[in-house]
Design a protein around this ligand. Sequence first.
Ligand SMILES: Nc1ncnc2c1ncn2[C@@H]1O[C@H](COP(=O)(O)OP(=O)(O)OP(=O)(O)O)[C@@H](O)[C@H]1O
Length: 466
Amino acid sequence: MSLLELDGVKVHFPVKKGILFDRTVGHVHAVDGVSLKVEAGQTYGLVGESGCGKTTLGRAVLRLVDITEGEVVLDGTDLAKLPAEEMRRFRRRLQMVFQDPLGSLNPRQNIESILTEGMLAHGVGATQEERREKIKAILAKVGLPANALSRYPHEFSGGQRQRIGIARALVLEPDVIICDEPVSALDVSIQAQVINLLEELQEELGLTYVVIAHDLAVVRHISDMIGVMYLGALVEEAPSDALYAEPRHPYTKALMSAVPVPDPEVEDRRERILLTGDLPSPANPPAGCRFHTRCPWVQETRCATERPELTDVGDGHRVACHFAAEIAAGTLRRTTGEVVPAAREELVDAPERAEDTGEVTVPEQPEPKDEVAKADTKKTEPESGEAEGGPAEDGEAESGEAEQDGPEQDGPEQDGPEQDGPEQDGPEQDGPEQDEIKQEADEKDEVKKEAVEMDEVKKEAVEKAS
Ligand SMILES: Nc1ncnc2c1ncn2[C@@H]1O[C@H](COP(=O)(O)OP(=O)(O)OP(=O)(O)O)[C@@H](O)[C@H]1O
C-alpha cells in the first residue's frame, strides 16, 4: 500500500448569491475526481496551468478545505472521514510549504516563536530547551545559522525565508510535505538551491513530497512521478522520464511543446502546439472530455459526450484520452489548433534585427538628406537610392547607379558597426555631388555678404546726404 492514496477526490466550492438568504446557485468544480498514489520516500509532481485545481487538491489532502467526495488515505487512515479532533493529530504528519515565504510567516514573531508554535500545538518536545535544541538542529539542516532564532522574517532574503518555511514543516517530523509552488516566488538563481535542499533533506530524512508547480522544469528535476492536471482532474500520469520522453495526452503534448530544448538540433526541429481558447470556467466545465473544447485532435464521436477514464497504457503510464493510442500511432489527424515551428517568432523578428545590426543601412540615410536640405539646394541622385549610405559617396560613383546598387554595397564593409560611427559624417564621405552642393552654398553666402555690404554703403550715403 502507498503512503498516501487519493481516490476520486472532489472539492466543489458553492457559489452563493443574495445577501439575506445566501442561496447556492452553483458550484466551482475546483477538484473533480482525482485518484493518485504517492509512494513513501518519493516525490509526486503536480503540474497544470493556473486555476486547474492544484492548490485546492493540496489543501484538500491537509483538510484545509472541505472534501466534497472521495478518500484521502494516509498510511491506511482515511483523513476525509476523520473527526476534526483526530484530524488535528494527523496534521502533524502532513505539512505544507507555501509559495509566498514572507506571506506565510507572521512578521511579528521571531523565528524561534514561529517554529515553536507548531511544536507546542502538536506536543513535540517536552521542554523549551529541548524544542530549542531541535530547532537549532533543523536550522542547521536547512542552512541557516543558530542566531536566526532571535531574528524576524523581514531580516531574511526570499530564499532564506523559504528555508524557514521548510524548517517549520520539518520540526514536526512529518511523513509527507506538500510543497505548493515552493520556488516560484524566488529568484532563478535561488530556485536551484532550494530544490537541491529539498532533495538533500529527502535523502537524509526519508521524506515524501507532493510538489505542486506550473514550471515543468522544476517538477521534472525533483519528481519521480508526475501528474498533469486540467480543469480539476488528472489527464495524464507517468514516471517523470517517461512523461517527458513521450507525452501521450494532447494537453501534455501542448505543455511540453512550449518547453525549450537545450540541444540546438532538436530545438531547431521542435514544433509548438498552440492551443486555442482559454481554460473553461470550473463553475461550468464542458461535458465529456474536459479538454475537448481546446483539443487539437478532438473527434466528432465520444470527445464531447463521454468523459475518458485515466487508463493504464503500460509501465505505470496513465492517460485520460479516448484516442491516445491512435494519436501515439500517428493514425489520427489533427482537427484544430496550430502547430508552428518554435523558432517562428524569431523569423518574424528577423528584418528588424537586420536593421539593428546594420545590414539595412537605414540609419545612415537621413544625415545626407538633412545636409541637402540645409544647403537649400536641389536634391541630387543619391537621395533616391541606397547609394547615399554606400560607397557611391566615396567619389567613384559618377559612372552610374548600376555601380552604386552593385553587390559591393551589400558587402561586409557596410554591415559593420563602423557605419554608425561619426566618421561617416566626415569630409572623406563627401563625393563630388556633395562638393557641388557646398560650393553652391558658399556662393550664396558670398552673394548675401555682398548684399549686406551694399546695404551699409547705401545707409552711409543716405546719412551723409541728410
Ligand atoms: N475558496 C474558494 N471558493 C471558490 N472558488 C475557489 C476557491 N478556491 C479556489 N477556487 C477556484 O477553484 C479553481 C482552482 O483554484 P486553485 O487555486 O486550486 O488552482 P491552481 O491550479 O492552484 O491555480 P494557481 O496556480 O493559480 O494557484 C479556480 O477556478 C479558483 O478560482
